[in-house]
Write a protein that binds this ligand. Structure first.
Ligand SMILES: Cc1ncc(COP(=O)(O)O)c(C=O)c1O
Length: 392
């Protein structure tokens, strides 16, 4: 049997991780400023995470959602306290796309409508309704196009209001900081306008925090920078630090929830709850929201003085560096010559940086050393290519 050939792979296999580093079989050490795609929040193989999961595995790995599970109760309490979202209820599932699917379903249950208003360049996952709300026609099959999605520019207040006035939209879905799209940010005023316009038109406001949630931007959720209160919040990625888990928070009284309306076999299983509880424990004990704010600011400042960087984007430790050339070759040089993992975005000129939230100042200094050398190597390579072209 072959693997389905759907991913473009780097020629490298990390086999173990510790903190913000990963190692290949020959023990080469790589600095991970990609976090396995924003997933590693408290660092690779954090001892608290490992110990808690080990203990839970010895007790019980799984039982279905047909029995009591006090870990889920504890998780709801701790998550409510840590995030400040105590007036929300928690539904647990297994991935970001599944969280978005359920969020859109809740919206349609709540007002009976089917149209979705989404933001250009937004990404919400690859399953049916989630992908239809995503700004990328190439990844939609006809079966996904079962309802109309209207896309507006980020921060285009006028279009937003005009569309919502029709009172035909089930939901507005927005990433307060776009991940895959390239780290563009919604203005606070835009999010406040979404909140107001949704309230006026009986439309559900969904904040997609799959990538920006769990402290990545320096607040627990990115919408909290704008002091708004969405009716539905989606979460995944950093939530489980590598354990596959997702969830949605639904503002109390958004919808009359009846039994059986939502459900999943694996969602909220014992190991998933233990993983998320461990993430919350470490976020609190290591003060990771403050660390994301402080070191995010340090990264932004460092990037802004590099002449090659044309624009610094994002918030907290969800950082984008925009160049005036595609970063594909730079990323290869950083990985293979400098042992530095970075991410890309659908904007080809943006380098996406998503390190674990507990990186240190020394890690940031190391990052800048590698980036500076990588840029020098890229320049030398370009000059050499030009020289050879002239001498031919
Ligand atoms: C904002 C956002 N929503 C949803 C998803 C989908 O998550 P998953 O890949 O876990 O299905 C992603 C994944 O990158 C994302 O960035």
């Amino acid at each position: 049997m072959n693997l389905l050939d759907v991913y473009t792979l780097f020629d490298l296999e990390p086999i173990r991780g510790k903190g913000c580093h990963v190692y290949t079989a020959d023990d080469t050490k790589y600095l991970d400023f990609y976090g396995g795609h924003a997933v590693i929040s408290i660092g690779h193989s954090h001892p608290v995470f490992i110990e808690n999961l080990k203990q839970q595995m010895q007790k019980m790995i799984f039982y279905s959602n047909s029995v009591q599970n006090s870990l889920q109760e504890r998780l709801a309490t701790n998550l409510g306290e840590m995030s400040g979202c105590e007036d929300y209820d928690l539904f647990l599932c297994n991935s970001g796309a599944e969280a978005v699917e359920n969020a859109l379903k809740i919206a349609s249950f709540a007002n009976g409508r089917t149209k979705i208003l989404a933001i250009k360049n937004g990404f919400h996952g690859r399953t049916s309704a989630a992908v239809n709300s995503t700004w990328n026609e190439k990844i939609k099959a006809n079966i996904n196009r079962g309802f109309e999605t209207v896309f507006v520019e980020m921060n285009d207040h006028k279009s937003l209001q005009e569309h919502l006035k029709s009172k035909t939209f089930a939901a507005v879905i927005v990433e307060p900081v776009q991940g895959v799209g390239g780290l563009d940010k919604s203005d606070s005023l835009f999010l406040q306008n979404i909140e107001k316009s949704c309230a006026k038109t009986d439309t559900i406001f969904i904040s997609d925090e799959v990538q920006s949630g769990f402290g990545r931007t320096g607040k627990f959720f990115a919408f909290q920078h704008a002091e708004v209160s969405p009716q539905v919040i989606t979460m995944a990625k950093g939530m489980g630090n590598g354990f596959p888990v997702g969830g949605i928070l639904i503002k109390r009284n958004t919808l009359d929830i009846t039994k059986g309306m939502l459900g999943t076999t694996f969602g909220g299983n014992h190991l998933a709850c233990t993983a998320v509880l461990s993430v919350l424990e470490v976020m609190k004990s290591e003060n990771l929201l403050d660390n994301a704010t402080e070191l995010g600011a340090m990264m932004r400042e460092g990037l802004s003085i590099l002449t090659e960087v044309k624009k610094v984007k994002g918030q907290g430790l969800m950082v984008g560096a925009e160049f005036d050339f595609p970063v594909k070759r730079l990323r290869e040089i950083l990985l293979y010559d400098q042992q530095l993992f970075t991410g890309n975005a659908s904007n080809p000129n943006v380098l996406r940086l998503l390190p674990p939230l507990n990186i240190s100042e020394a890690n940031v200094a190391d990052f800048f050393g590698k980036l500076t050398r990588g840029l020098e190597l890229l320049k030398a390579e370009i000059n050499e290519t030009k020289r050879q072209a002239v001498s031919v």
